[in-house]
Design a protein. Structure first.
Length: 187
């Protein structure tokens, strides 16, 4: 008789364990890829001022080391979105911090950024880019006759001058309902 309460408790637990559990599953998946764009020749908002290096100068590119991806989330109610490219011009200060980003829409591959319905994509890209971190770009000043073959390496420079830079990026967004699709270039 002492085992009766234990059997009753075990039967109740088995009953609970066999109940169906409801789970909500979000079937919307978002995919975002980004790539750096080459500066554009000619006019337009993507036009950059070019700096010419002197004979004893080198240039070290900024290195992106923290880059969260854009997250659209609920701000865009669309359930489907074919690959759509949004472009930004990103201004990075001399300390490697993103100062600001501006939409680029004057390139054919970036035209979708001007469409009102893609404003949530543009906003998501700008919010993500605002959190990006770079090692600073720099102009390396070498002594005459001591310029290394790799002028992008500032080791041995008499002076390293961190500089602000402007970089251009393209973000390709895709929303697929119920199916996760990942496209990787170059693999």
């Amino acid at each position: 008789m002492k085992s009766a309460p234990l059997l009753m408790m075990a039967a109740m637990l088995v009953g609970c364990a066999t109940q169906d559990r409801l789970a909500t599953v979000d079937t919307r998946s978002e995919n975002v890829g980004h790539q750096r764009l080459q500066p554009q020749a000619g006019g337009g908002s993507g036009q950059l001022q070019v700096y010419s290096l002197g004979a004893t100068e080198g240039y070290r590119m900024p290195q992106l080391y923290a880059a969260p991806d854009p997250e659209v989330g609920d701000r865009d109610p669309r359930a489907e979105l074919a690959p759509t490219t949004i472009c930004l011009q990103v201004v990075v200060d001399a300390n490697g911090v993103v100062e600001r980003s501006l939409p680029l829409t004057d390139r054919p591959e970036c035209a979708a950024g001007a469409a009102r319905e893609n404003a949530p994509l543009l906003q998501a890209a700008q919010e993500a880019v605002a959190m990006w971190k770079y090692s600073s770009a720099a102009v390396c000043h070498f002594a005459a006759g001591k310029v290394p073959a790799d002028r992008g390496d500032c080791r041995g420079a008499e002076r390293v001058e961190p500089v602000a830079v402007t970089l251009q990026y393209a973000f390709t967004f895709e929303i697929v309902k119920g199916q996760h699709v990942v496209r990787t270039q170059g693999k």
